[in-house]
Ligand binder design. Sequence first.
Ligand SMILES: Nc1ncnc2c1ncn2[C@@H]1O[C@H](COP(=O)(O)OP(=O)(O)OP(=O)(O)O)[C@@H](O)[C@H]1O
Ligand SMILES: [Mg+2]
Length: 364
Amino acid sequence: MEELDIDIIKERISDIFSEPGTILVDHRIVVDSMSLKSDELILVLQSGLLSAEIQGDAKEFIEKRLSEFPSLKSIKIIFTSQKDQSPSKTAAPPNLKIGNHPKNKDVSLRPELIGKIIAIGSGKGGVGKSTFVSNLAVELDNRGFTVGVIDADMHGPSQPTLLGSTEKPQINPETKKIIPTTSKGIKFISIGLMVPENQAVIWRGPMLMGALEQFLRDVEWGELDFLLVDLPPGTGDVQLTLSQKAQIDGSIIISTPQDVALIDARKAIQMFDRLKVKIFGLVENMSSFVCSNCGHKDHIFGNAGVKAEAKALKLPFLGEIPLDRKIREYSDKGTPSILANPSIESSKSFAMITDTLLNQINKL
Ligand SMILES: Nc1ncnc2c1ncn2[C@@H]1O[C@H](COP(=O)(O)OP(=O)(O)OP(=O)(O)O)[C@@H](O)[C@H]1O
Ligand SMILES: [Mg+2]
């Protein structure tokens, strides 16, 4: 029987892994290393979190494709999230496996070299936190600041869609840290970049906290002026862990003017107060709607409720953003509206809010 040529096998494997529409590409499974010992091929694969079933299907697929090499007696396939060809005793292991239990109980998780860490929260879901974060990030970037974003919403990550990239982060082989994905000039990290879109994240609290810790500790953020954290709705574990361990500099609360959203916004304000996190200010989103046909302005969710709330609580009011179809459309297209439509009214609102926020921060 013909002798096995490693180069031919390598070439074939490279073809198999880049073939569009296969289980390997769909689940972002890549080859970490391969070796051939007489007639046994050992393939070490790297991927995000995969179920045993998907791993089994992927193995079956690879074995089937490699059956064209009858001289290959055995194929051993190992799934890993670690690049361990040259294990280093000193550096932390590379870590694309997200969702471990938290470590370092009392250690600060604040990344070095970050100017300000700002968490953007709300009590209620769907009020526009993530949209606000992506627009604020690109506006700060436009003004010459370096900006990073942590998408801390593990169950409903939005930043890959909003910033328009699903590129899987890589591992820096030297530092063993995760290199964040960059899009529109913004460095960002999101569970949505690591877990395939159609795969639900069904973790318990400790796993979520582990992922959040990794986003802070294991990502190579470098020097940033601002690190914005897009929080999930509510007042849960993520908010707590972040406030207690990452020493964040402050928070911004987003709400719509309607009562149900305001009630929940108050809870978020109370939580940050109790955790001694400064509130840089409140933002009213979806504050008015201007009919594109007749120009009539309507306050669909009520009028100036957030401004009144800020006044009552003696908190800064950062500004209001109108309900604008372009904001929604460009969010869905993966380009924050302020970048695509800098001169429309809603973009001016984002810019004004950025001015007020920077003023608040300068007062610190
Ligand atoms: N000012 C606005 N005008 C028009 N659409 C908006 C506006 N703000 C947000 N949206 C749209 O509202 C929807 C919800 O926004 P977004 O996902 O940012 O909210 P969220 O508070 O982050 O939600 P969740 O709590 O689920 O994380 C999105 O479709 C977004 O495009
Ligand atoms: Mg969101």
